[in-house]
Write a protein that binds this ligand. Structure first.
Ligand SMILES: [Fe+2]
Ligand SMILES: [Fe+2]
Length: 143
């Protein structure tokens, strides 16, 4: 059995883990966009507020897929990272996006291995947004 081949029950657990990170990302972005200050970061605040809304949308999409597959969506929240420093905040956000991108790539392969193509399609849509978030943060950090 390869890494992609998992049982439905385990797949639902992994989707719940992703859901908990989406909750954390939404809350983290809400906090960061409100406390972020400094002339160099004027425009990024609005960008982070938009990210918060999109993470919440991802949470809804994942919860709906978990429900469809017969699971119960989690209400636990993964670890939220905060900082006093604007650059550090953006680095925390970027690390979160990169972690999400890696998880969703794996999750898409797992969904397809289970013949859950609609879930895979939703995950692909989410992945597209996460890659956009990654690029926004890289721009903000001049990377
Ligand atoms: Fe997300
Ligand atoms: Fe994101």
């Amino acid at each position: 059995m390869s890494e992609e081949e998992i049982e439905l029950e385990e797949f639902i657990e992994k989707l719940n883990y992703d859901l908990e990170w989406e909750y954390a990302a939404a809350i983290q972005y809400i906090q960061h966009q409100s406390v972020l200050s400094g002339a160099a970061f004027d425009n990024i605040g609005d960008e982070l507020a938009l990210h918060a809304e999109e993470e919440l949308q991802h949470a809804i999409q994942l919860a709906d897929q978990i429900d469809y597959l017969g699971g119960t969506p989690s209400v636990d929240v993964q670890e939220i990272k905060i900082s006093e420093d604007a650059e550090k905040m953006l680095e925390q956000d970027l690390a979160g996006e990169r972690d999400a991108i890696e998880r969703y790539k794996k999750r898409i392969r797992q969904a397809e291995a289970l013949d859950e193509y609609a879930t895979a399609e939703i995950l692909k849509q989410i992945l597209i947004t996460e890659q956009e978030h990654e690029m926004d943060l890289m721009d903000a950090l001049d990377l």
